[in-house]
Design a protein around this ligand. Structure first.
Ligand SMILES: Nc1ncnc2c1ncn2[C@@H]1O[C@H](COP(=O)(O)OP(=O)(O)OP(=O)(O)O)[C@@H](O)[C@H]1O
Length: 229
């Protein structure tokens, strides 16, 4: 269970969210500048909330009151950034392996579901690209590499910041299905940011609508959909 109850003061407004989420795909939906990325960054440990608490199961990542702030590298969180943040000087394979321990520990399974590099590249259909560099990939291929890298670290939580925004509609639809399937296989919570209504409909198990940093009721155009979900 992901428990997030935080306040983050920004120059233009204050983010205040209080959410509990068990499993599946939680979508943070809102207009540009409503605080979605900042919330992901707080979860990942890249940004410090002004107050509150963040916990995943028994593990407390942040608690202002108790002075806890676990560094990003120790949170076991996968993060697919908006621009994918691949290392341009590393091949696809080395990007995917980045951050894993060297040597035999690289293949150790934490909870039995870590896939080998081969399996990961295969699942995401990028095996044939393993020796290429990011500049030699399409947007959809880069997205798959970023996803593979995030999954190889065997995360307890996966954060996705507009992961499909740069893609055309056909690839977008395919990857939406693949994301949904990955979540069902991995059984870890995904928190996904988007401002695309179609993506929301295709992926969300739960939705938080945000405006200026605060959850709001589903907008009128969304109410029939929110009721279905
Ligand atoms: N490090 C920072 N320092 C100051 N202000 C910031 C910082 N990061 C974000 N902001 C401001 O906080 C607000 C929320 O930004 P954020 O990137 O979280 O929004 P968003 O909903 O993810 O936007 P988008 O959909 O455009 O990516 C914006 O007004 C932004 O200018």
């Amino acid at each position: 269970m992901l428990n997030v109850s935080i306040r983050k003061e920004l120059p233009s407004f204050t983010i205040e969210v209080d959410l509990q989420f068990n499993n599946g795909i939680l979508v943070l939906f809102g207009p540009s500048g409503s605080g979605k990325t900042t919330i992901l960054n707080c979860l990942a440990g890249l940004c410090k909330p002004s107050a509150g608490r963040i916990a995943l199961g028994e593990q407390v990542f942040f608690c202002k009151q108790q002075g806890v702030n676990i560094p990003a590298r120790s949170r076991h969180i996968g993060y697919v950034f908006q621009d994918y943040a691949l290392f341009p000087h590393l091949t696809v394979k080395d990007n995917v392996l980045f951050g894993l321990p060297p040597g035999p520990d690289r293949c150790k399974k934490k909870r039995g579901y870590r896939m080998s590099v081969r399996e990961t590249l295969d699942t995401l259909k990028i095996m044939h690209l393993q020796d290429r560099y990011p500049a030699q990939l399409s947007g959809g291929e880069r997205q798959r590499v970023a996803l593979a890298r995030a999954l190889m670290s065997e995360p307890d939580l996966l954060l996705l910041d507009e992961p499909l925004s740069a893609l055309d509609s056909q690839i977008r639809q395919t990857l939406q299905q693949e994301l949904k399937q990955l979540q069902r296989t991995w059984q870890i919570p995904f928190v996904l940011v988007t401002h695309c209504q179609k993506e929301l409909k295709a992926l969300a198990d739960e939705i938080v609508f945000l405006e200026a940093g605060r959850p709001v009721a589903a907008p009128a155009w969304q109410q029939p959909l929110a009721a279905q979900i």
